[in-house]
Write a protein that binds this ligand. Structure first.
Ligand code: RB5
Length: 151
C-alpha cells in the first residue's frame, strides 16, 4: 500500500519539491504539502518542524524535506523525538536509509540533485521497507539516547 507523504521545503528547495509533489500525485500518492509555495526567503526550521510533528503524529506517513542542501532540514528535523531524517542524493543511500535506519524523513538538496535524480532517490525511499532484526536493536539505542540514556 502507498503510504502518505508529507512534504515541505524552504525557498532553496521549492522548485524540486514542487516537481516531486506533482509527480507523486500523478503517480497516485497521497501527498500533504505544508509549503512553501514561492521562492521568497524563509527559515527552513519552520518547515522541518512542521513536517516532523506531522510524521510523529502519523507513524505510517513518510516525510520529504528539501532545502538548498538538505542539511539544515535534517539537522532541524532530527531535533524532534521520533524523527530519523537522512540526507540522500542517490537511490542506494535512500534505499539503505529505509532498510537499515528506518528513516522516516528523506532530506534532499534542491541545489544538489536535479528532478530525475531526485525522483529516483525519492521513489527508492518510498518503496523500501525496514528490515528490522539487528537494525531494530541499533535504533533502540538511538531512541534511548533521545530519552537521555546514553550508553
Ligand atoms: C538557504 O539559502 C539555505 O541555507 C538552505 O536552503 C539550506 O541549504 C540550509 O541548510
Amino acid at each position: 500500500m502507498k503510504r502518505k507523504v508529507i512534504a515541505g521545503s524552504d525557498h532553496g528547495g521549492y522548485a524540486l519539491k514542487a516537481a516531486l509533489v506533482a509527480r507523486l500525485r500523478e503517480d497516485g500518492w497521497d501527498v500533504e504539502d505544508v509549503g512553501v509555495e514561492t521562492e521568497r526567503s524563509v527559515d527552513y526550521p519552520t518547515y522541518a518542524f512542521e513536517v516532523a510533528k506531522r510524521i510523529v503524529a502519523d507513524p505510517n506517513a513518510l516525510g520529504l524535506l528539501i532545502c538548498g542542501t538538505g542539511l539544515g532540514m535534517s539537522v532541524a528535523a532530527n531535533k524532534v523525538p521520533g524523527i530519523r531524517a537522512t540526507v540522500c542524493s542517490e537511490p542506494y543511500s535512500s534505499t539503505m536509509a529505509r532498510r537499515h535506519n528506518d528513516a522516516n524523513v528523506l532530506c534532499m538538496g534542491g541545489r544538489v540533485v536535479g528532478p530525475e535524480l531526485g525522483w529516483s532517490t525519492l521513489s527508492a525511499f518510498l518503496e523500501t521497507e525496514f528490515e528490522g532484526g539487528r537494525h531494530q536493536r541499533r535504533l533502540d539505542l538511538i531512541a534511548a539516547a533521545e530519552c537521555g540514556s546514553l550508553p
